[in-house]
Design a protein around this ligand. Sequence first.
Ligand code: PLP
Length: 472
Amino acid sequence: MSPGPDATTAGAGAALAERAQRVVPGGVNSGQRSIPGLPGLVVAGTGGARFRTADGAEFTDYHAAFGPPLLGHNDPDVARAAAEAGAVLGHMGVGVTEGEIRLAEELCALVPSLEKVLLTSTGSEATFHALRVARAATGRRLVVKFQGCYHGWHDSVSLNVISAPDRVGGHDPISAGILPEVLDATLVLPFNDSAAVRRCFAEHGADIAAVIVEPVPHNVGALLPHREFLTTLREETAKAGSVLVFDEVITGIRHSLGGWQQISGVTPDLTTLGKAIANGAPAGAIGGRADLMELFSTRPGAPAFFAGTYNGHPSVVAAALATLRKVREEPVHDHVFRLGERVRTGLRTVYERLGVPVAVTGYGSVFVTYFMPGYDGGADRAPRTYTDLLANDAGLFVGYRRRLLAHGIFELPLNLKRSHLSYAHADADVDRLLEATEAAVAAALADGGARDLEHASTMGGATRAGAEGAAR
Ligand code: PLP
């Protein structure tokens, strides 16, 4: 469980970060890795629940790469399976391998909506293809998404994730360079608002190709869905002949082997998967109703083009098979759910002691604390809409996480980001997390946490001028 070889030296991180800045824009390979107030973080090793920086600092990791390593970093069984596959089977890019067949069989057996499934390398590719095939199947133009949900970087869904209060209710693109007509074809509704869904279908139903939703919007922490909201989505899409897509890139496997659809009993037409299915290897999947999946061009002559050089890469497939086997055969969910309950209950006690009004929420292995009054720290009450989250004190949210770093604990210091437990975390980690959180929050309050407010988010809207300028 050691986070890699100790090839680290104090000061090495700054030199590496400077080299990165010279040749990599911003010094990192994703806009979500450039963390305000945390420049020059160079990761040198990972193992289990921990990671080590190039400077030799060690952290217990609750960020978990935004969620993939449900088993913990470099799980030995997954790493061995991937290496063994790589030793005998290179990537061919023609035909199919037995591993791909086994993985598809397994996913179809596990996830209720999956009659057929295709592999991708990322979640974004999966959601992209879900919307493409929905449009191909229906011949319709519009897509519905929900404020606070993130479905990847492609144009149809690159809007209204973490929006400033004055951008909620309108289009709020997260990037410049998107054609206005593409944005116009996406309708944004409030999550958990069944009446808004019914109104939208009454007005636009005949033009709606797809509704895409994170059944639990974890990209803003954790907004638990009212079951009635998910059944309304199911009923309205079925009535209108639209395609219902559950984006289970986060919830799939992590919350249950069958995803949130198994937990809720609401079955979508299409499901997208990623992250935890291969414990960190680059795997995604799109699956669902056979009649829709048969529209992909993997079937000769079918209309919805589908390709990807690395789809079904043997080492990634082996990692996914090993991950699923371990989650099936070992008490992975029991362990992470028990620790998750301990964290959420323990945090409520901590905040009660500190006299800080919070909403501690999450599900299973995922937890998040919003700093907002009105929830009494209670287990049974939680924010349910993005608008509720506007009351969160972003300064304190980011401020205590920055101060946690001094305790060797890493929760991503970005507003509204959730934290994850893995099979590799232990009760002693939870004890330390609770102690350190109490100290970090007390310190943030003493310092005036709101000073960190200007660094609240990296997923807010692009500037209006930037978005419009590039679209021209
Ligand atoms: N869907 C959801 C719910 C996600 O959280 C993400 C990524 O965070 C994606 C899709 C996109 O996945 P990827 O980053 O693998 O492209």
